[in-house]
Design a protein around this ligand. Structure first.
Ligand SMILES: NC(=O)c1ccc[n+]([C@@H]2O[C@H](COP(=O)([O-])OP(=O)(O)OC[C@H]3O[C@@H](n4cnc5c(N)ncnc54)[C@H](OP(=O)(O)O)[C@@H]3O)[C@@H](O)[C@H]2O)c1
Length: 219
C-alpha cells in the first residue's frame, strides 16, 4: 500500500521502519526537506519527499508532528491522496511544549478535532498513547499471548476500519474507542495513555477515563 508519513521523528521514523519492513511503499517528509532524510531512506528504502508531496497517491497518510506545528503544514498538504484515503493523527497536546491552544482548552474540542480543523479532512486517532519504541519492540502476530492493544477513534467507519487493519498488520490488536468527540478518552493523562495492555485492559481503561483535563496538562 502507498503510505505517506508527515513527520520523521520518534513516531514517524519508527512507523517508516516497520511499514517498509512489511513491504509498504512509504513516502516520508519532515520540515527541513528530503535532503535531511537520506539516512532514514538508506536504512529503510522509504522515499524522502517535500512535505507537499507526502500524501500523493497515498491510501493512508500519517500526520505525526508536534501539535503546535500542525498549523504550519502547507494548505492542501493532503491534496493528491488516493480516493477514500485515511489520515492517522498521532498527536497529543502538551501546553508546556505546544503553548496554550484556546481551540482545545476553551472551546471544548478534542485534540484530534482541532487537528482535523487545520487539515480540512477527518482523522483517525491512533498511536497517540503508544511509546515510539514499542512500535519496533512490542509487535506480535495476531493471536499471540500478551499482544498489546491500541485504542482507535474516528468518525469515518471505512477510514477507521482501514487504520485498524493496518495496526493489526503492524502487530497490535485494536479497540474501537468511538468517534473523535469521544477521543478525550485516550488523550494524555487518561488511564489508557501509555498503557501496555491487551483488549480487555484497554477497554476497561477507556471506560474509566474522565473528560476533565488534569491541571498539569492545562496551559
Ligand atoms: N514520541 C513518542 O513516543 C510519542 C508517542 C505517541 C504520540 N506522540 C505524538 O506524536 C507527535 C509526534 O511526536 P514525535 O515524538 O514523533 O515528534 P518529534 O520526534 O519531535 O518529530 C517531529 C517531526 O515532525 C516534523 N515536522 C515538524 N513540523 C513540520 C512541518 N511543518 N512539516 C513537516 N514536518 C514537520 C519534524 O521535522 P523537522 O525535524 O525537520 O522539524 C520531525 O520530523 C506529537 O504530537 C507527540 O505528542 C509521540
Amino acid at each position: 500500500m502507498k503510505i505517506g508519513i508527515i513527520g520523521a521523528g520518534n513516531i514517524g521514523g519508527n512507523l517508516t521502519r516497520r511499514l517498509t519492513a512489511l513491504g509498504h511503499d512509504v513516502s516520508v517528509a519532515n520540515s527541513r526537506g528530503p535532503q535531511t532524510l537520506t539516512a532514514l531512506a538508506e536504512e529503510t528504502g522509504a522515499t524522502p519527499v517535500p512535505v507537499e508531496e507526502a500524501a500523493r497517491g497515498a491510501e493512508i497518510v500519517v500526520v505525526t508532528v508536534p501539535l503546535k506545528r500542525v498549523p504550519d503544514l502547507p494548505s492542501g498538504v493532503l491534496d493528491g491522496a488516493a480516493d477514500g484515503f485515511a489520515v492517522i493523527d498521532t498527536g497529543n497536546y502538551y501546553p508546556q511544549r505546544d503553548g496554550r491552544i484556546a481551540g482545545i482548552e476553551d472551546e471544548g474540542r478534542t485534540e484530534s478535532r482541532w487537528t482535523e480543523g487545520h487539515l480540512g479532512h477527518p482523522v483517525v486517532k491512533a498511536f497517540n498513547g503508544t511509546y515510539a519504541q514499542d512500535i519496533l519492540d512490542r509487535h506480535r502476530p495476531a493471536g499471540a499471548p500478551g499482544r498489546q492493544a491500541l485504542p482507535v477513534a474516528g468518525d469515518d467507519a471505512a477510514a477507521k476500519a482501514k487504520v485498524r487493519a493496518l495496526l493489526d498488520e503492524l502487530g497490535f490488536d485494536t479497540v474501537d474507542s468511538g468517534g473523535i468527540d469521544d477521543s478525550w478518552r485516550q488523550q494524555p493523562g487518561t488511564p489508557v495513555y501509555g498503557l501496555r495492555a491487551g483488549v480487555e485492559g484497554v477497554t476497561e481503561a477507556l471506560a474509566k477515563a474522565s473528560p476533565e483535563r488534569p491541571a498539569d496538562l492545562r496551559g
